[in-house]
Design a protein around this ligand. Structure first.
Ligand code: FAD
Length: 352
């Protein structure tokens, strides 16, 4: 299948007016774009990750899923790619690498969401499809790590060019650590990959490429634990490394990238005053609306009696949610129920 080109907005843009703001670009948020599109609602999606797909793309891209109706088997990444293909006629706009943080109201009574990057989106409909919460990086368990955060210690790469000509230490053994070691090696002054053991969770092809670069002396691989950080005014100059059975040694470095995995946190949405059932957002089962009119919750994040945390349940919730969201987006229009098989109006929207 042809790779879909995403429309990704510049961070900090806005205020942008749209028919629906979707928080979370997991499978359920993506399918909501399709259901919304059939009803003429244009969508903007916000995700803390650097790519769409939620748990499917982040936690199990290569694992097979067997319970998507009509698809006997597909991997997490294949499902994501198919959803992106399916929603492409509706030209959704993605705001990636940013967390939905603040909720407000405009003078004309619309909702306004501001992200961690300062992007502002305004709409009559907000759909929280936030799964188990935003994926956030696990932080380094070193007392002074916070002093260096975002100046020379990073948990993600926003701009590759900021590592050009630098001595970069990359800690971790998963796909992110290996991918960034390979991507930064050609532009950094030197890359050292640091992992606690000589076995990696990353794709075998990346591991082979990394080992080839190490064999050619184009980068270093160290097996040990990061034990201390040293520097001044937020700038690291050396990192301490402890190898099994040895005293701590020091390595000169200008930047440290730490990829110790991700955890999921509900984060700022917990402060939005919505009725909750522990960490989940309570909704009705007719419209999947929360305790605030115009704010909906679908997918793993929502709670109602009998809720099943399955992708197929989220798809159903998205379809019903859109029936109500349409009335907020277009108060003067009548909603007409149509089948995709037989409606020429829907065929036109889908470009088929
Ligand atoms: P998610 O996939 O969790 O996506 C939510 C997205 O929202 C994330 O990308 C997150 O970064 C983003 N987000 C959250 N809060 C914010 C915020 N404030 N700002 C910005 N972004 C935010 N289900 C099945 O039906 N069949 C299976 O076989 C199956 N197998 C599974 C196997 C594994 C290993 C796992 C972990 C899960 C499996 N599941 C399966 C469950 C399925 O993956 C979830 O039900 C599904 O991913 C939920 O989709 P979602 O879109 O609601 O949320």
């Amino acid at each position: 299948m042809k790779k879909i080109q995403l429309s990704v907005a510049e961070p900090g843009s806005g205020p942008i007016d749209t028919d629906m703001i979707i928080i979370g670009a997991g499978p359920v948020g993506l399918f909501a774009v399709f259901e919304a599109g059939l009803l003429d609602m244009r969508c903007h999606l916000i995700d803390a990750l650097d790519k769409p797909g939620g748990q499917c793309a982040e936690l199990y891209p290569e694992k097979p899923i067997y319970d998507i109706p009509g698809i006997p088997v597909c991997t997490g990444q294949e499902l994501t790619d198919n959803l992106l293909h399916q929603i492409s006629p509706f030209e959704p706009v993605f705001h990636l690498n940013q967390q939905a943080e603040q909720l407000g109201k405009t003078d004309d009574d619309r909702w306004c969401v501001t992200t961690s990057e300062g992007t502002q989106l305004r709409s009559r409909n907000i759909v929280i499809a936030a799964g188990g919460g935003s994926f956030v990086p696990k932080k380094l368990p070193l007392a002074n790590a916070v002093e260096f955060e975002n100046t020379s210690l990073f948990y993600s790469v926003r701009r590759m060019s900021s590592f050009a000509g630098k001595r970069v230490v990359i800690a971790g053994g998963g796909d992110s650590a290996l991918d960034w070691a390979l991507n930064l090696q050609p532009i950094a002054q030197h890359v050292t990959l640091l992992h606690r053991r000589d076995q990696f969770r990353a794709a075998p092809d990346s591991v082979n490429k990394m080992r080839a670069l190490v064999a050619e002396n184009k980068m270093d691989l160290l097996i040990g634990q990061l034990s201390s950080l040293h520097g001044k005014s937020g700038i690291i100059n050396t990192v301490g490394i402890k190898k099994a059975g040895q005293d701590e040694s020091r390595l000169e470095a200008d930047a440290l990238l730490a990829f110790y995995g991700l955890t999921m946190k509900l984060g700022p949405i917990a402060e939005w005053g919505l009725n909750r059932d522990e960490n989940l957002i309570s909704v009705d089962t007719e419209k999947f609306e929360t305790s605030q009119p115009g704010i909906f919750a679908i997918g793993d994040i929502c709670h109602y009696p009998g809720k099943l945390k399955l992708i197929l349940s989220g798809f159903h919730e998205a379809a019903l949610m859109c029936q109500q969201a349409f009335h907020y987006a277009f108060p003067d229009r009548k909603l007409i129920f149509r089948y995709t098989t037989s409606s020429s109006a829907l065929h036109e929207k889908l470009g088929v």
